[in-house]
Design a protein. Structure first.
Length: 276
């Protein structure tokens, strides 16, 4: 079985696990501003999705095309392998779609879900982009396409650092993998439509940058319809809010996880009189 690359950081007393899922074209490196804070409170699992980062070798990357369910299944398989029954899942950008797919495959295994820079719907603008990318990817140089992508997702001048990291990671991803993920775009679109109608099996916190003009309006709409979802808008932040405003991102996430941790709650319940 080709295992995808993962790295675990065990806490000396906490039983709570947090699993981080990066976006398309990224790797576990995009969480470098989260790791230190989260490690203080929880067990942490970092993952490189198939075809990304160090998950590039072996039979899993030989396929011509990836399915969203396979990408999601990879992560659940690692949780099984490490005997992590339940965890809190934190995603950024397209990683949020992977998390929703994981939740559909294994409802109840997420104690809570945190979606940063969430992609919840393809707007007309994105549909045009994806269609263009699909048409042009055989003609245009890959990096040109990816830089364009970075400009659209991370337009603000202030987000230069986020954009640089995004582009560096894309260079590592390479053209062959980019195409496989691009081929998945139809499937992603269908899944998104389903996830719009169907709530996740766990409480969801959306963390969105106030300058994430592409995706923020759609999340604002979604949160009105979904009962167990809440939205916090992070000021002075673009699409990659975990990089733009790491302190706020970490503080909000850690608080949310603690509010929704069975281990922590069960510890509290011991102090309460038993109800009959």
């Amino acid at each position: 079985m080709g295992m995808i690359y993962h790295k675990q950081f065990r806490h000396n007393s906490s039983k709570t696990w947090v699993v981080f899922i990066h976006g398309a074209g990224g790797s576990n490196v995009v969480w470098f501003r989260q790791l230190r804070d989260f490690k203080k409170h929880f067990n942490v699992l970092l993952i490189d999705l198939r075809g990304h980062g160090k998950s590039k070798s072996g039979e899993i990357t030989e396929a011509e095309q990836y399915r969203l369910n396979e990408v999601a299944h990879d992560v659940l398989e690692i949780m099984d392998h490490l005997r992590i029954e339940k965890a809190h899942w934190v995603g950024i950008s397209l990683g949020c779609i992977v998390i929703r797919a994981m939740d559909k495959l294994a409802p109840g295994r997420a104690e809570s879900i945190i979606l940063g820079g969430a992609v919840v719907q393809f707007s007309k603008k994105i549909n045009v982009l994806v269609t263009l990318a699909r048409l042009l990817h055989s003609i245009l140089p890959y990096m040109w396409l990816y830089r364009l992508n970075a400009r659209i997702l991370i337009p603000s001048r202030k987000s230069v650092e986020s954009r640089k990291l995004f582009i560096q990671e894309a260079i590592k991803l390479g053209e062959r993998e980019f195409r496989k993920w691009l081929r998945m775009s139809h499937e992603i679109k269908d899944s998104l439509n389903e996830f719009l109608c169907r709530e996740a099996s766990a409480p969801v916190l959306y963390l969105m940058g106030d300058r994430d003009h592409m995706f923020l309006p759609m999340v604002m709409n979604l949160v009105k319809k979904h009962v167990n979802s809440q939205l916090e808008i992070i000021r002075n932040s673009g699409h990659c809010c975990n990089l733009d405003q790491p302190d706020v991102f970490n503080e909000r996430s850690i608080l949310f996880i603690k509010e929704h941790s069975e281990n922590i709650k069960n510890g509290d319940q011991l102090l309460l009189p038993a109800t009959t």
